[in-house]
Design a protein around this ligand. Sequence first.
Ligand SMILES: O=C[C@H](O)COP(=O)(O)O
Length: 253
Amino acid sequence: MRKPIIAGNWKMNKTHQEAVAFMEEVRGNVPSKNEVETVVCAPALFLKDMHDKAESSDVAVGAQTMHFEEGGAFTGEISPAALQDMGIAYSIIGHSERREMFNETDESVNKKVHAAFRHEITPIMCCGETLEERESSQTEQVVRTQIEKGFAGLSAEQAKQVVVAYEPIWAIGTGKSSSAEDANETCQTIRQVIAELYDEQTAEAVRIQYGGSVKPENINSYLAQEHIDGALVGGASLKTDAFLQLAEAGKHE
Ligand SMILES: O=C[C@H](O)COP(=O)(O)O
């Protein structure tokens, strides 16, 4: 039985004041982490204060990206050691916006996943196809390559702890969500690729989120699917009431 994981990705939104106020509002109201993991991935500037505000609540705070190096001359970057030092236990890795606008590749994604494990950070590793790739029937091959390269060199024990976020790029922030059945089919492919890389038991343990225009009104249809274990939510995670509804939906998966 895989525990559902609902994660918000705020992207470059909110001020520090708004971020801390959000945590104040949600910290006592999210479902128990024994039933569903709830994470808010916020701009790095706010992480420490959000984490402090969460105290021992059931909502966790995550980063949206991190570097794979321990430290050094990487202007503007955030080290995994710094995240770990602040108590940050999750990081999104390889979001399509990072791949498209900040030159992240399957190779750097793989290095970041390894760095996350060195620092006790759970990687939320993103994959997904463009509209062009989908329309030319390349979805399976694209996702297969992203998973094979992203998981390279991980032990089975590490692989089990990776959270994969399947986000068809054409469904991100567009209001055009993938049908739950189509999303499930690709998530099943992802699980199959992991089974080929490792074994069935490892593949069955990996949690796979769907992301792309998820909101309180449609999350249940995704969570009802066999291979979907949660959601990575952008726009709808910015409002406390919607975020709490999404977290609550995870509880009933
Ligand atoms: O990381 C989240 C995704 O990019 C989805 O964003 P969205 O829910 O605004 O479509």
